[in-house]
Design a protein around this ligand. Structure first.
Ligand code: TRP
Length: 373
């Protein structure tokens, strides 16, 4: 096919997401030269699918986002600092099989390692567990980049514990933790929830983390507050309040996450204690709100409550989309509250690219049990 010379031709996936990223970098106060180099990294990491025009269907049914864009942004807020910008990518997007996608993902991460001078050894040591022949599942490898001034991001890799089948997911997590020196850790995790991701920090981290993500169907506010295994852990009341605000629960209403599950993440850093020293709760706000205006209001309420400036969030939303927030739901995908020993709490807002599609708003109120008259 000859490339179209029409000025109105659909932009390519890489150009579209790259421009979103450039605008977000401005919001995050990153130097323009770093922004340009990060936008290039996104295009390079996506590989050949970056050149695909957006009037073609998505390269595959990527589980990374609802409309299958293999890119998602997030802004992580802490008190008293500019929010940190991150981008999540699926390097193997568009490959014919999960196994090939995994190969492409490993290549992409190793290329980053050579470029930025970090070792991929911890990932290499797990290759047989997460990249079996005939790998299954909705992902093989995702990577997230935390974009810092200076042009060298911090790198996180997400793997699929169910790569060798769902029945093996728990055993895969246990073996992977063992290999990384966290022999005691598996027993300390909640025994509810389905292992969804296994994540590793690579590159220049003060304390590189290993993270286990669990999906929790039908989760309630109260149950969510019982999922932390940190010791000492965060206040239960704070977690419950976050759950209720993020889901838009009415006073006295016992809402459960009966659409998309909530997720918990358990962070391991110190192999000697054997218990997690971080806990994050993820609420898939988009399945519990009518439209993104509602989701944004909840995010702003939470940021204000934690003493974080919501200004950058408003600017980030405009950097990613020009549509009215009431006209769709899913731009704001998740709201998360993260606790880690030795660090201030963080509120993170996940922003979809919506390169391919916008989910229409919900016309009916969400999840309201009819009140007795
Ligand atoms: N799209 C998937 C989901 O909604 C995976 C995912 C993407 C995700 N970004 C995330 C999960 C952020 C938790 C938090 O589950």
């Amino acid at each position: 096919m000859t490339p179209s010379r029409n000025a109105l031709a659909a932009p390519a996936l890489g150009d579209f997401t790259g421009r979103q990223l450039l605008r977000l970098c401005e919001v995050a106060e990153l130097p323009p030269a770093d922004a340009v180099s990060y936008a290039k990294v996104v295009t390079q990491t996506l590989g050949h699918v970056a050149g695909q025009p957006l009037d073609q269907p998505p390269p595959d049914l990527s589980f990374l986002s609802d409309d299958h864009t293999p890119v998602e942004f997030s802004l992580s807020f802490t008190v008293g600092a500019a929010p940190e910008l991150r981008v999540l990518l699926e390097p193997g997007c568009g490959e014919a099989t999960t196994e090939l996608s995994g190969r492409a993902g490993l290549d992409a991460v190793r290329t980053m390692g050579r470029r930025w001078g970090f070792s991929t050894r911890r990932l290499d040591d797990l290759e047989d567990l997460f990249f079996p022949p005939d790998a299954q599942g909705p992902l093989a490898l995702w990577c997230a980049l935390e974009l810092r001034a200076g042009g060298v991001p911090k790198v996180k890799v997400y793997l699929n514990p169910a790569a060798a089948g769902r029945d093996h997911a728990a055993a895969t997590v246990r073996r992977a933790l063992d290999r990384l020196g966290h022999q005691e850790a598996y027993a300390s995790l909640p025994d509810t929830g389905r292992p969804l991701f296994f994540a590793l920090d690579l590159g220049d981290w003060d304390v590189p983390r290993v993270k286990v993500y669990l999906a929790h169907h039908d989760l309630s506010a109260e149950e969510s507050a019982g999922l932390s295994r940190m010791s000492p852990g965060p206040e239960r009341a704070g977690i419950e309040e976050f759950f209720r605000t993020a889901t838009g629960s009415m006073p006295g209403e016992d809402l459960r996450l009966d659409r998309r599950p909530g997720q918990s993440c358990h962070v391991l850093t110190d192999a000697t204690t054997g218990t997690p020293d971080g806990f994050t709760l993820y609420i898939p706000v988009r399945d519990y709100a009518r439209h993104d205006g509602e989701s944004l209001d909840r995010a702003v309420t939470l940021l204000n409550r934690y003493g974080m400036d919501p200004g950058p969030l408003h600017r980030a939303v405009s950097a990613v989309t020009s549509r009215r927030l009431e006209d769709g739901v899913g731009l704001i995908a998740y709201l998360a509250l993260a606790h880690q020993h030795g660090r201030a709490p963080r509120v993170t807002v996940y922003l979809s690219s919506e390169a391919y599609a916008v989910r229409p708003p919900m016309t009916m109120p969400v999840q309201r049990t009819a009140s007795a008259h």
